[in-house]
Design a protein around this ligand. Structure first.
Ligand SMILES: *Cc1c(COP(=O)(O)O)cnc(C)c1O
Length: 467
């Protein structure tokens, strides 16, 4: 394709993009195709000769769109949102145009320096103490893996990278039984092992970790000759929003000399609102590492995960490698690829700059507050219904419920809802039973969308009950 044709196609894509977002309510939320449907529409061999762009674009519309689940749909209530806002999308376009690799300061000084400033804007927005630095990663999973590698290296006197983990004793990491699977995977990959990730029960209305049990587990492990390496807390678990008491948990880490990390991937965004901090954020200043995803609830286009670090030195010591071809001679610069696992990195800070400037924190707060209010209101409507029982109360904008019947009935009801297509929900598990999750977080969701979700749930539950 010639650059002279590019503006024309870009304009077509831009027009289609606005139309797509404005008419999303008319589409089913979850893709309504069967496994293999889309693959069967594609030719089995690559073309030898060029296709017309008009044909490629038509095929995208005809063949691919039906196979898309619409994550930006205002009635997307599944998983967590991955909000795309117009300003962050424009920034993504600009950075894709330049295609810069921002691994070292000198490979794009603007990217590095803006990243420093954007992380600090977010530090202030989330009320983290002065002094925290940070880095933008692709995902919370990568940030958590970086933190677990740091725990490992710190506990091994920074010789694990050299010696390997074999025969070095059993490193132990502690967390609650509500944490995201990315914590398990980080422990697999770091060589800590699933059996050395000690999952402590939760308790209380926020389903937070039992801190006394953490202390006991650490004492027992020391007694047995194991090596406690770190503690991982959660604010807003994926299933039900479980949130640990960070003050108490951070105190244990300090008493035991353990590195500590918090996964606030989804709920962290809500900490831009001061009223949520008292309950969910007190004690955050005790943590060495904190991850939250602006690409979820804050409206930064995926991917954008910020890892705050009280002192980046340990993580840099765990991850930095400097071959001859990456050496630079400048002093006083930051090379962010030394803070993370991949070398190549995108200019992700740009979309945070566009986003925060185009909205302002106050309008972002308004949106999040509405989501929390609406989730609570819907929860009350479902509580009042004969068809449903609430299992876990709203934590921010997430609650879980069940319809009548056993676990198989929950699955049947959920399939009925998602095949219908007007709303999209997903299941999880709590206290050994299947629960249906409801989260509000899509940026274009309105109160009317919540009311239609309520109507759909009542209508389909009534229908199933009559069968
Ligand atoms: C979404 C989520 C994750 C995983 O985030 P990725 O960025 O996709 O790796 C981890 N923890 C929690 C609590 C989450 O909500």
């Amino acid at each position: 394709m010639d650059w002279r044709e590019f503006p024309d196609w870009s304009e077509k894509v831009a027009n289609w993009s606005a139309h797509y977002h404005q008419t999303l309510r008319d589409r089913p939320v979850r893709a309504q195709v069967l496994p293999g449907d889309i693959e069967a529409r594609l030719t089995d061999w690559p073309p030898e000769l060029p296709d017309e762009m008009s044909q490629i674009m038509d095929d995208f519309m005809q063949l691919m769109l039906p196979g898309m689940t619409h994550w930006q749909h205002p009635r997307f209530f599944a998983y967590f949102p991955a909000n795309v806002t117009p300003p962050s999308m424009l920034a993504e376009m600009l950075m894709s145009v330049m295609g810069a690799q921002c691994m070292l300061w000198q490979t794009s000084p603007a990217a590095t320096e803006m990243e420093v400033v954007m992380v600090d804007w977010l530090r202030q927005a989330l009320a983290l103490p002065v002094g925290y630095k940070g880095v933008i990663q692709d995902s919370a999973s990568s940030a958590t893996l970086s933190a677990v590698l740091t725990m490992r290296e710190r506990a091994m006197g920074f010789c694990g990278n050299k010696l390997g983990v074999a025969g070095q004793g059993r490193l132990r990491i502690y967390c609650s039984d509500q944490v995201h699977s990315s914590i398990d995977r980080a422990c697999w990959i770091a060589g800590v092992g699933q059996n050395n990730l000690v999952k402590v029960p939760h308790q209380g209305p926020l389903h937070g970790i039992d801190v006394t049990a953490v202390k006991q587990a650490i004492a027992a492990d020391r007694e047995a000759g194991h090596i406690p390496a770190g503690i991982i807390g959660v604010v807003g678990s994926t299933s039900v929003g479980a949130s640990d008491d960070l003050g108490l948990l951070g105190d244990v880490a300090a008493e035991e000399g353990l590195y500590c990390h918090v996964d606030a991937a989804w709920a962290g965004a809500a900490m831009i609102c001061p009223e949520f901090r008292q309950q969910l954020w007190s004690g955050i200043d005790r943590f060495d590492s904190v991850v939250f995803n602006p690409h979820k609830w804050l409206g930064a286009h995926f991917d954008c995960s910020v890892q705050f670090l009280k002192d980046p030195t340990s993580q840099i010591n765990a991850l930095k490698i400097e071959p001859e071809y990456l050496k630079t001679t400048l002093d006083g610069i930051t090379n962010f690829s030394e803070w993370t696992i991949p070398l190549g990195r995108r200019f992700r800070a740009l979309k945070l700059w566009f986003l925060m400037r185009a909205y302002g924190l106050e309008s972002l707060r308004d949106r999040l507050r509405n989501h929390v209010v609406w989730a609570n209101a819907l929860c009350e409507m479902l509580r009042a219904s004969p068809h449903f029982e609430i299992v876990t109360e709203p934590i921010l904008s997430l609650f879980t419920f069940r319809c009548a019947g056993d676990d198989a009935s929950q699955q049947r009801f959920l399939d009925r809802v998602n095949d219908d297509g007007r709303i999209y929900l997903t299941l999880s598990e709590f206290a050994g039973e299947k629960v249906i999750r409801f989260q509000v977080g899509q940026f274009d969701t309105t109160w009317a969308d919540i009311l239609s979700a309520h109507r759909v749930l009542e209508e389909l539950a009534g229908e199933l009950n009559r069968l």
